[in-house]
Design a binder for this molecule. Structure first.
Ligand SMILES: Nc1ncnc2c1ncn2[C@@H]1O[C@H](COP(=O)(O)OP(=O)(O)OP(=O)(O)O)[C@@H](O)[C@H]1O
Length: 759
């Protein structure tokens, strides 16, 4: 493993600009660069473009955010390279004797004890300040109700019996107040019901029966546990329920639900079905997360607070007032100053006879047909004659031959990149934007996206505002953004160069962010659908003094805020809720990978939510294109990308070429652990720098186990086991041994996971 020196050489092999370098005829200053290289490589750029673009894009070089929403105080530095949230407040509170908010290791088996002697207080990795000593933690986190501390619990029998019986361990637990994803007795009991419910998931029938017979052969306690639960399931109310959870009513309930549930391909972002409409009893409730007798669940995430109502001059006390009094109805008021600024915004996307989406669709469909018919007009230089019907285009241009019709970056995106790059450079050089026919044809900003109604957050390049407009007859459900009543909402992110930004770097950053996000949320060939888990990017526009990116609005904000809010109440996410999020995350990442793009900065801050639990991956500013439409092979990366706690170990090795899909997979694993543990696993996956990671490394090497994973509890033994096995395969230090996203989605754990979106 590399040391710190290696890490400091933060760079990236192939940013978007590098990926496409030379593939398309430059328009002067565009990202396209020289086409000389491209002519030598019909299949796209070589893997040798290592020189520069990492520094352009890596977040390591971004200063901390100018300001943050008050409740995100600790977010400011969280997870940014070189700027980790060690969380002074957490240290402070732990030194005051606050409960340790971490998987301390009181229950580890003797064989696991040695490696983590002398570990620092893991609470330093907390993502939020700890609760004050003696604070009332949620039942799920309560050590008293921990199944393993409960005499006669049917919890994890057969897994770690010695530990559970050891009174010293129980005492230590009392001292440490474990704050890991332990299940309360109630949850655990509900888990027994959930256990039987999960067995009846039609889609998992085969897997389950396989697992089940294996289980019968291997694990007596689990089978016995199920038998012993046969007639008594205790719900939240404590009332006894008969074990006929799949009575005819419930079966009908399931069918209704399945009918109403979002299929990924007929998906409506606006609303998941209301469970109250379905006849099924709630058997588990943790805050707003409810699990029903028919096995499905409901999230009800809180709607984020607006930081201001659009007037940027509000003081922090005003902000606090705003926050507490915020409701979605407050978003219906428009704010004059912002309206003026945005009213004159002009889209940088070129107007054309055909809409961009139509053209992208056409070019992809044409490529598929050509491929099927064996027709590829390859020119001498290996490029394909460009015979599209865009009349405005000079006839002598050629595009490379498309070999991968799934790729997010194809010829239309290349054209757009060059156009945008040119326009951004012109704008930054003070030249006014020239858009043909802009006055007549192009709808004004507020007609398209409405007027500003508030400010949702601050990013590294400016604020994020919320705009809303009334729905029109042209807006047909499912809407591509959040809708409430008669309104549609959009998130509008300002992008302003920072004082020390070079034009090229800024231009590359926003072009990457926009093009990758935009193409991912629109690219699909005939017969395939866009993933519901990728944030839709609508537009990139220029105002008088900034660029603005118009996006789908996610009213429940990001996962980081959700976790920090939860942490304040002393809870992590319920494992069933976290599993649902994980499945959605993996589907989103799988979609990206299928389209030749790796995210490279997956972390809670880049995962947004709808109140119904629908997850959206956002922030493609550091994503890399590992395969364009002209490339058959995956290009590997070098250099470190992303935010330290989520970065895979192989990224820190100097000049090591790694598969960005596997590093994304590692980050997903860390994100999952953060959701259920409520703290980072480690600050950085470098043995020299992080004793926690070192401990993980040693344990995995010597015992093929990690005490944190061994102690994690799910709703029952079987799911604990399946999840643990999956976590080991995700967090494989050697990427060659790491599971792929595709295989992970096929793993028994994910197959058993009920998810809000039906893929
Ligand atoms: N589409 C959206 N819907 C709802 N909230 C959003 C949306 N986009 C951003 N936000 C919120 O706005 C805040 C700032 O977001 P932004 O992406 O600008 O921050 P950032 O992480 O610094 O971005 P970047 O890394 O691209 O500079 C975050 O709290 C985020 O949750």
């Amino acid at each position: 493993m590399g040391g710190r020196d290696e890490k400091s050489s933060v760079r990236r092999n192939r940013s978007l600009s590098e990926s496409i370098k030379g593939l398309f005829k430059p328009v002067g200053i565009g990202i396209g660069g020289s086409n000389g290289e491209a002519n030598n490589n019909a299949n796209g750029p070589s893997n040798g473009n290592k020189q520069n673009s990492a520094q352009e894009n890596t977040k390591a070089q971004q200063p901390a955010r100018p300001s943050e929403m008050p409740q995100l105080g600790t977010k400011k530095n969280s997870g940014r390279l070189g700027n980790i949230a060690t969380n002074k407040e957490a240290e402070l509170s732990s030194s005051r004797g606050a409960p340790i908010q971490a998987p301390a290791s009181p229950l580890q088996s003797p064989v696991l004890q040695r490696p983590h002697h002398g570990l620092p207080n893991v609470s330093k990795l907390s993502i939020t300040p700890l609760s004050p000593p003696g604070s009332d933690r949620d039942s799920i986190a309560s050590e008293e109700s921990h199944p393993r501390s409960k005499k006669g619990s049917s919890g994890d029998e057969g897994e770690m019996p010695d530990q559970r019986k050891d009174p010293r361990n129980n005492q230590k637990m009392q001292e440490n107040k474990l704050h890991t994803p332990q299940m309360s007795s109630e949850s655990q009991e509900s888990g027994t019901l959930i256990d039987s419910i999960l067995e009846n998931d039609e889609s998992d029938e085969h897997i389950h029966s396989k697992e089940h017979s294996k289980d019968q052969a291997q694990s007596g306690p689990y089978v016995n546990g199920r038998r012993s639960r046969a007639n008594s399931h205790v719900g939240r109310s404590g009332s006894l329920k008969r074990n006929d959870s799949l009575s005819s009513n419930n079966v009908q309930g399931n069918k209704d639900y399945l009918r109403a549930r979002n299929r990924a391909d007929t998906f409506s972002a606006s609303s998941l079905p209301k469970f109250s409409e379905i006849e099924s009893k709630c058997v588990l409730q943790v805050e707003n997360f409810k699990v029903y007798e028919n096995g499905f669940h409901e999230h009800n995430l809180k709607v984020s607070s607006l930081v201001t109502d659009g007037n940027d001059n509000l003081s922090s006390s005003d902000i606090a007032k705003q926050k507490s009094s915020f409701s979605l109805s407050g978003m219906f008021k428009h704010h004059k100053e912002d309206s003026k600024q945005l009213e004159n915004a002009l889209s940088l996307i070129p107007a054309s006879r055909l809409s961009l989406y139509q053209r992208i669709d056409r070019s992809r469909s044409q490529a598929v047909e050509d491929e099927q018919n064996g027709i590829v007009g390859i020119m001498e230089n290996g490029f394909q004659a460009d015979d599209e019907q865009d009349e405005s285009k000079p006839k002598d241009k050629a595009t490379p031959r498309i070999v991968n019709t799934n790729a997010a970056v194809g010829s239309e995106e290349l054209k757009l990149i060059n156009t945008l790059s040119e326009k951004i450079h012109s704008a930054l050089n003070g030249e006014s934007l020239k858009i043909e026919g802009q006055k007549k044809d192009i709808p004004k900003f507020y007609e398209q996206y409405g007027k500003p109604v508030g400010l949702i957050g601050h990013g590294a390049y400016g604020v994020v505002k919320v705009c809303s407009r009334p729905k029109t007859p042209k807006d047909i459900a499912p809407f591509a953004t959040y809708s409430s009543g008669k309104k549609l909402f959009f998130a509008v992110k300002e992008l302003r160069p920072k004082a020390n930004d070079q034009i090229d770097r800024f231009s590359t950053r926003i072009t990457s962010e926009f093009i990758i996000g935009h193409s991912l949320s629109h690219c699909h060939k005939k017969g395939t659908k866009v993933s519901p888990n990728i944030l839709t990017i609508f537009d990139l526009m220029e105002t008088n003094d900034a660029f603005v990116e118009v996006m789908e609005f996610c009213p429940s904000g990001d996962l980081y805020s959700i976790l920090t809010r939860k942490s304040k109440n002393g809870t992590a996410l319920h494992p069933l809720e976290a599993d649902c999020f994980m499945k959605q995350l993996l589907h989103g990442v799988q979609y990206m990978h299928n389209h030749g793009v790796a995210h490279c900065d997956l972390k809670p801050e880049n995962i947004l939510f709808y109140p119904n639990g629908l997850l959206k991956i956002c922030d493609f500013g550091t994503s890399c294109v590992f395969q364009t439409a002209w490339e058959k092979h995956v290009h590997f990366q070098t250099g470190t990308m992303g935010s330290e706690p989520y970065v895979a170990p192989e990224e820190f090795i100097t000049d090591n070429e790694y598969d960005p899909r596997l590093t994304d997979c590692w980050s997903c694993g860390i994100v999952y652990c953060t959701m259920v543990l409520d703290h980072y696993l480690w600050k950085i996956a470098l043995r020299d720098e992080d004793v926690l990671y070192d401990s993980f490394y040693e344990e995995m090497k010597e015992h093929k186990q990690f005490y944190v994973f061994e102690e994690m509890r799910h709703v029952n033994n079987e799911i604990s086991r399946l999840r643990r096995a999956a976590l080991y395969s995700i967090l494989q230090i050697d990427p060659k041994r790491r599971i792929t996203i595709d295989s992970l989605l096929q793993s028994p754990w994910m197959k058993h996971t009920r998810c809000c979106v039906f893929y």
